[in-house]
Design a protein around this ligand. Structure first.
Ligand code: ZN
Length: 271
């Protein structure tokens, strides 16, 4: 499932080929993904020039000179294919510039495509309630203190709440809590200020490292059939149940379930 680093890598990969380019054709191969495609999508995007690309939480945005943005979400299995050699039955949306073809491929169709006017973006319901971007300056220890003050819910679950931090997924929350030495089960309100001051750089670091790993796959984008957005990255606790903690503290990584989702942590160094 694409997490924030995969979406960021996808956006950067697409930007390389799309920024400043005119969309010469737009084709939808079925009426919907998770929701129907916007009825005016083809007309609005055909002939538009891409001014820039950006990311908000786990959404990618393709901004055009017509003051609107195509907003995509990769769902569980979505990816963009650049210059695919063959058509695939899961290519649901296909954009073309004069030189390249971009196919949004999503076998499970949990992804989505929306078309919004630029002034509508901030108030769009999926964006309106989002907390600060984890890589932006607005994510600070003070923000986390305010958001977790007096909260009995486990810090791990609070960090997955998109209203507190936007776009942070299960893997990166586990990794950041390990790096910051915080027990994922600790009540949010009991996490100390020094811990929060370690947590913020840990969140930024795990995401940045993963984006860098993804960036190294950007080389492949020029190849036919290059898939954007999926890459292997090395984790310290995620998926390492029963293995030794990388802090070499004698701890063994444990897996527990919190609100139906797995959490991996080291009981020795995470307090
Ligand atoms: Zn440990």
């Amino acid at each position: 499932m694409p997490e924030l680093p995969e979406v960021e890598t996808t956006v950067r990969g697409l930007a390389r080929f799309l920024e400043g380019e005119r969309i010469v054709s737009v084709r939808v191969n079925r009426p919907d993904m998770r929701r129907p495609f916007p009825p005016d999508l083809v007309q609005a995007m055909t002939g538009a020039t891409v001014s820039s690309l950006s990311r908000r939480a786990k959404y990618g945005l393709i901004h055009t000179d017509r003051d609107h943005a195509l907003v995509f979400h990769l769902g569980m299995s979505g990816r963009w294919r650049i210059d695919p050699e063959d058509a695939d039955k899961h290519d649901h949306l296909v954009l073309a510039t004069r030189e390249h073809v971009f196919a949004l491929n999503d076998p499970r169709r949990f992804g989505s495509v929306d078309l919004l006017l630029a002034p509508e973006l901030d108030a769009w319901p999926p964006f309106a309630a989002l907390g600060p971007e984890p890589l932006g300056d607005a994510l600070t220890a003070e923000h986390l203190r305010e958001a977790t003050q007096g909260r009995k819910q486990a810090i791990k679950l609070l960090l997955l709440d998109q209203r507190i931090v936007a776009g942070l997924g299960n893997i990166y929350v586990c990794e950041a809590l390990w790096q910051a030495g915080i027990n994922p089960r600790k009540a949010g309100g009991r996490v100390t200020m020094p811990q929060l001051r370690r947590l913020v750089p840990a969140i930024k670091d795990v995401l940045t490292r993963s984006i860098r790993d993804g960036g190294s796959t950007l080389r492949d984008f020029a190849q036919p059939d290059g898939n954007l957005g999926y890459f292997a990255t090395r984790f310290h606790v995620y998926g390492r149940e029963g293995e030794a903690c990388h802090h070499e503290d004698g701890g063994t990584v444990r897996r527990i379930v919190q609100s139906g989702r797995s959490t991996w942590f080291c009981p020795v160094c995470q307090k």
